[in-house]
Design a protein around this ligand. Structure first.
Ligand SMILES: *Cc1c(COP(=O)(O)O)cnc(C)c1O
Length: 388
């Protein structure tokens, strides 16, 4: 038998982290104490009160059955309440909120609802890879919008040719941004809304990092801007805010018709998120939010340690106002891969080459603040001993 893979798998972008993975395995095997700044996965545990709620909800047989496709009403009401408290945004829990099995799931399924073969999606680059891959899986093509320093890592909407804009069905944006750590403000979202109206494009804003501001900065929701709900949706997640990446719980909010399309796809593919996890999600959204403030403080200390250390060796990292990433230009003469390999091979530090997120990420590495301040300090000391 020959198991020939489908075209959509053969068209997947090459896995650019292969070389780093190989090096990491080799170095770990040698017994090197590796410091992993490569993954965007919180190292801190889920807060106690959320785990206790899961414990309790998992004991109830009623929660063992299939959940409702579009999400448990109580959870959706809870999400609407959180949006109101946090952003001042009013949502109809029945029509303007949908529960997701993590926001990645929703992002990945959305193009199946709106992209026909040959349609375009406007996709940022460098970016979370799911926007492009999901577009491609739906038979669409990505038109890439480069995120570069000159434009503060925001897409230049005026640079999108009108004939491209007219063919586009979706636009993905993501602020606070992974991997660049950039943030967006009201004026940018206003321009996005104008663009969406002019060209009939659905805006999909990935807002996974709004709760991860530094120094008291509180990123806004795209839906705070008048008109946003008419043209788009926002994806959100409990993963980063409450250290719940493994639990798989997220949601999308905003335009009811767009969410209805997403819901139709989902009801034919998955059967919703475990009810006990949705109850735990309610405990997260409605419970004491001091766990979030605590987390912000911890990341802030780590950020300062890393930024100070990098600046001491002459590197000029972007200083993020939110997320848990530092986007750092490589030293002169080093490509993203060269510098990542140097840090791993000579200092035992795993970072992510920026080029792995898309071509304009070349010349940068991404460092995640997902190890303790002491380990970051250790990483900084190791970097100071290198010459580049
Ligand atoms: C981590 C992350 C998410 C969250 O994914 P979940 O599926 O909710 O865990 C979404 N978007 C971006 C850009 C991320 O980095």
């Amino acid at each position: 038998m020959v198991f020939e893979k489908a075209e959509r798998l053969r068209r997947l972008p090459p896995y650019l982290f292969k070389e780093i993975d190989r090096l990491k395995a080799e170095i770990t095997a040698k017994g090197v104490d590796v410091i992993n700044l490569g993954v965007g996965d919180p190292d801190l545990p889920t807060p106690r009160h959320i785990i206790e709620k899961l414990d309790e909800a998992a004991q109830k047989p009623a929660n063992h059955q299939y959940p409702s496709y579009s999400g448990m009403n109580d959870f959706k009401v809870s999400v609407a309440g959180w949006y109101k408290r946090r952003f001042g945004v009013e949502l109809d829990p029945l029509k303007e909120v949908i529960t997701l099995i993590g926001s990645k799931e929703g992002i990945a399924h959305l193009p199946l609802a709106f992209i026909n073969p040959g349609d375009l999606a406007l996709v940022p680059t460098p970016a979370y890879p799911v926007y492009h891959v999901a577009t491609m899986f739906a038979g669409g093509e990505s038109y890439f919008m480069p995120l570069v320093k000159e434009n503060r890592f925001l897409p230049d909407l005026d640079a999108i040719p009108p004939e491209v804009a007219r063919k586009a069905k979706l636009m993905f944006i993501n602020y606070p941004n992974n991997p660049t750590g950039a943030t967006a403000e009201r004026d940018f979202y206003e321009r996005v809304i104008d663009f969406a109206r002019q060209y009939d494009v659905i805006i999909c804003h990935d807002a996974a990092y709004t709760e991860m501001g530094f120094g008291g900065y509180r990123p806004m929701s795209f839906l705070e801007v008048p008109g946003a709900k008419e043209i788009g949706i926002e994806f959100h997640s409990l993963s980063k805010t409450y250290n719940m990446t493994g639990w798989r719980l997220g949601f999308a909010v905003g335009n009811a018709e767009v969410l209805d399309g997403l819901g139709q796809v989902k009801s034919n593919i998955d059967s919703g998120a475990f009810n006990a996890i949705q109850y735990a999600g309610i405990a997260a959204l409605e419970g004491d939010q001091s766990c979030v403030t605590e987390m912000q403080k911890i990341y802030q200390e780590r950020l300062e340690t890393l930024i100070n250390g990098l600046q001491k060796v002459g590197l000029e990292p972007e200083i993020p106002k939110a997320t848990f990433y530092v986007w750092c230009p490589t030293p002169k003469g080093y490509s993203s891969k060269d510098f990542s390999s140097l840090l791993l091979g000579k200092a035992g530090i795993v970072t992510t080459p920026g080029s792995g997120f898309g071509d304009p990420g070349e010349g940068y590495i991404r460092m995640a603040l997902t190890v303790s301040k002491e380990r970051i300090q250790e990483a900084v000391e190791r970097i100071q001993k290198l010459s580049f």
